[in-house]
Design a protein around this ligand. Structure first.
Ligand SMILES: NC(=O)c1ccc[n+]([C@@H]2O[C@H](COP(=O)([O-])OP(=O)(O)OC[C@H]3O[C@@H](n4cnc5c(N)ncnc54)[C@H](O)[C@@H]3O)[C@@H](O)[C@H]2O)c1
Length: 443
């Protein structure tokens, strides 16, 4: 155990917390429906660390293990008010029905709440998401004008719903792959680019800019660059705004970041890891475009390299072959099936195999992650934490980190980091698992 610091100053979570979601699709509607369902006592917040998880405090012998939601001052679910944007003007109930994640019998009791949420017109560019066409789209002379219109939406939403605080979570489609360019390099060039409608500025960056400019915490649930460019990261420092991303870590990658650390812990070698998926929701359709898939592929491929550290273990991981495929297969809808074939080797080089067949539900896994991020990012803001929130990397496939630092992908290291950050905020001792305190007579 390491002695904690003094409890940090955290403003109390008073009043309504407005949750602004660009993209009212499968993840966003499942998040809203689940939150309403929990509020009504119709379901449990399964999968949510903040709602169901506990945290150990002090020595194991002290038996202090409060629920996280009772330990840190996070907002209550009753305080959340949802809104957002989409390229379709349908309300959240109709969007949830067409997303096809939740059954009608589960949506029906939440009908009134979902019906009352109608998306605002989106900032959209078909060059960035080629498989979608919408009719609920903002017009603006320049990209800066579009950012100003988003800001107006945000102000109107805040006032109408009497929110004391806001948070934005990108739940929109995966955009095509973009490499950072000059226009992303600093704020001056970025703002000039907005005024000149530079084609390298993606819609998700315009949302991120509108949020961060106003100090509204921004979370990126997709692998798009969005907030992860020097211009917006420096703006986040100027406006003291927390940012977190990228790409919710849900099914196959979550499993990968559990299995790969186990192989490395036992020094088992890896010849190859082949991952393939079938899914048939709209996300799958968007990812069927090779340029959108490329964005996802880069996000999914990074994890093994960082966990296995082939530069440190060339004999075990230097020649590993890693392949990730996503296949759009409409009959499965949101119910993804992900297969992994892992070729490993052990003592004297003898080969072995591991097979994973994960029949998961994409948005059922993503919704509690989005909920936790909303509550923890709001906590970060009230605790005056700003810039990259690496302690929330637990939730992301491709955690953003400052230049020169590699991301931590191992799920359990990420969980320890998250919990230690909560202990640190609350002035509790950090837990190092050293354990000498239980053996006073040993040296
Ligand atoms: N479900 C998961 O497990 C999971 C995991 C990781 C990441 N993600 C990412 O989360 C995002 C949402 O996933 P989903 O399953 O809800 O997809 P979805 O296709 O059901 O929803 C995305 C919504 O975003 C809207 N949209 C697209 N561009 C927009 C824009 N510029 N402004 C406003 N709305 C826009 C679309 O019309 C659609 O309604 C995707 O990028 C996906 O890759 C999902």
């Amino acid at each position: 155990m390491q002695k904690g610091q003094q409890k940090k100053k955290i403003a109390p979570p008073k009043g309504a917390l407005g949750v602004l979601l660009p993209g009212i699709g499968a993840v966003a509607t499942t998040l809203m429906a689940g939150t309403f369902s929990v509020r009504k006592g119709l379901s449990l917040p399964v999968g949510s660390l903040t709602q169901m998880g506990t945290i150990r405090l002090g020595k194991r012998t002290e038996r202090r293990r409060p629920r996280i939601k009772d330990f840190v001052p996070i907002a209550g679910l009753d305080d959340l008010v949802f809104g957002g944007w989409d390229i379709h003007g349908k309300d959240a109930y109709d969007m949830a029905l067409s997303a096809g994640v939740l059954r009608q019998e589960h949506l029906h009791p939440l009908r009134n709440e979902l019906k009352s949420i109608r998306p605002m017109k989106a900032v959209f560019d078909p060059e960035y998401v080629r498989r979608l066409h919408g009719d609920w789209i903002k017009e603006g002379k320049t990209k800066m004008h579009l950012a100003d219109k988003l800001q107006k939406d945000i102000e109107t939403f805040k006032e109408k719903n009497g929110c004391s605080r806001l948070i934005m979570v990108w739940c929109g489609s995966t955009e095509v792959f973009v490499q950072p360019r000059e226009v992303h390099a600093d704020l001056d060039r970025f703002e000039r680019g907005l005024k000149e409608s530079d084609p390298a500025i993606a819609p998700s960056m315009i949302y991120a800019y509108a949020a961060i400019r106003n100090g509204i915490p921004f979370v990126n649930g997709a692998p798009n660059l969005s907030e992860n460019i020097p211009a917006l990261l420096s703006l986040a420092h100027q406006t003291q705004c927390p940012v977190a991303g990228n790409d919710f870590k849900t099914g196959q990658t979550m499993m990968k970041t559990v299995i790969a650390p186990a192989l490395k812990a036992r020094l088992l070698g890896l010849d190859g890891w082949f991952s393939t998926n079938i899914l048939g929701n709209r996300d799958g359709e968007v990812l069927d475009d090779p340029d959108s898939f490329r964005t996802k592929e880069v996000s999914k491929l990074g994890v093994l390299e960082h966990i296995l550290q082939p530069d440190l273990y060339p004999e075990l991981y230097g020649d590993s072959y890693h392949k990730v495929r996503i296949n759009y297969y409409p009959p499965r809808g949101d119910n993804k099936e992900g297969w992994d074939n892992i070729d490993i080797f052990g003592w004297m080089g003898y080969p072995m195999q591991i097979k994973i067949d994960f029949l998961c539900r994409d948005s059922i896994l993503a919704a509690p992650i989005a909920l936790d991020l909303i509550l923890l990012m709001d906590l970060a803001k009230r605790a005056d934490k700003y810039g990259i929130q690496e302690w929330l990397s637990f939730y992301f496939k491709s955690p953003i980190v400052p230049e020169g630092l590699y991301p931590e992908h191992d799920l359990f290291i990420q969980l320890s980091k998250l919990k230690n950050n909560l202990r640190y905020l609350m002035g509790e001792d950090l837990i190092t698992h050293l354990g000498v305190e239980y053996y006073p007579n040993s040296k």
